[in-house]
Design a protein around this ligand. Structure first.
Ligand code: UDP
Length: 319
């Protein structure tokens, strides 16, 4: 039986990954500090004998006192990820923690990967492309990031994380891969983290106004969580991804105003749509080029936006 370390395993993506790994008969060690992760996300796994949990911050060295010597795979998903300054869970609320978890935290996990000869996957982000000047974004695009803007703690944190991951690949032959995750949604998103899908869905369910920022003409391409998880596992088990960078996301691009209308309709909501100021440095467009993931790991998103949103609406209604 192989052992997988999931840093950030109590978060939205991390907990869905733990669940899938357990169902595939891996032994899972989940680490989380609950800055933005949620204990409820992992409660049901604690009954599984193949699941163990370490309550720790990967930027502190104390978590390494646990026996982490026999690890086969490491997923680094630990980081605040929401840019919404209105949310107490956003990376704007945790700027230093965000920088450190992607720099020092990545370093600490890469050291474990080096010592235990584990495969390593760094969860990067489409944010490293900043406000892109080309679309769709391919992995060889260098991006357009404001290095001192409010979003820079995340963008530059992720860029540093990518850089140190490549340094360990080049200098120590650690078997690394970098996955640039594009907007993802689905069950176990936090209701309060201020992301567009969770905000619109919860507002629509409660018949409160849907808050579109700016004029809603900015675009995003949203990927359902199950598709992303397939991509993450596919990437870490593949020999072809060693030292590579892959975009994982759904190229189905929509304007934010269209998304508001779709969610309003699907929830039969009487909510109005209201317009609020666009946040600083909010990217105008975002759409992944996924040819590389298709070619290297035969990955393609399969879940339609209707099905994915239906599942997400059911989840938030059930909370
Ligand atoms: N957004 C919005 N209303 C909300 C939350 C977000 O219009 O209540 C917009 C936000 O300005 C951005 C897009 O939706 O253009 C996606 O925002 P999110 O915070 O989900 O993630 P991002 O892609 O910006 O990291």
């Amino acid at each position: 039986m192989q052992t997988v370390l999931v840093a950030g395993g109590a978060g939205f993506i991390g907990s869905n990954l733990c669940e899938r790994l357990l169902s595939k008969n891996y032994r899972v060690i989940c680490i989380d500090s609950f800055i933005t992760g949620n204990k409820e996300n992992i409660d049901e796994f604690t009954k599984n004998k193949n699941f163990s949990f370490i309550n720790a911050d990967i930027t502190s060295s104390s978590f390494q006192s646990n026996d982490l010597s026999k690890i086969d795979y490491i997923f680094h998903l630990a980081s605040p990820a929401s840019p919404n300054k209105k949310s107490p869970r956003s990376y704007i609320s945790f700027p230093i923690e965000t920088l450190l978890v992607n720099s020092l935290g990545t370093y600490n996990l890469l050291e474990i990967a080096k010592k235990s000869n584990a495969r390593f996957l760094y969860a990067s982000s489409s944010e490293i492309y900043g406000d892109p000047k080309i679309s769709p974004q391919k992995e060889d695009y260098f991006g357009n990031v404001n290095p001192v803007g409010v979003r820079s703690v995340y963008d530059e944190g992720k860029r540093f994380g990518e850089s140190i991951t490549m340094a360990y690949f080049r200098k120590f032959n650690v078997d690394t891969r970098i996955i640039r995750i594009f907007n993802t949604y689905g069950p176990r998103m936090r209701a309060d983290d201020g992301r567009v899908v969770s905000n619109f869905t919860n507002q629509a369910i409660l018949n409160k106004p849907l808050t579109v920022y700016g004029d809603g003409s900015q675009t995003r391409s949203i990927c359902y969580i199950d598709d992303l998880i397939e991509g993450l596992i596919g990437a870490i088990i593949s020999d072809l991804t060693s030292g590579e960078v892959l975009n994982i996301g759904n190229p189905n691009e929509k304007t934010i105003l269209d998304l508001a209308n779709i969610i309003k309709k699907m929830t039969n909501s009487s909510s109005k749509i209201i317009f609020e100021p666009l946040p600083e440095d909010d990217p105008k467009i975002r759409k992944p080029d996924i040819e590389k993931a298709k070619k290297l790991i035969d990955w393609n998103p399969k879940v339609t936006i209707d099905h994915g949103l239906q599942k997400t609406i059911e989840y938030f209604r059930g909370l």
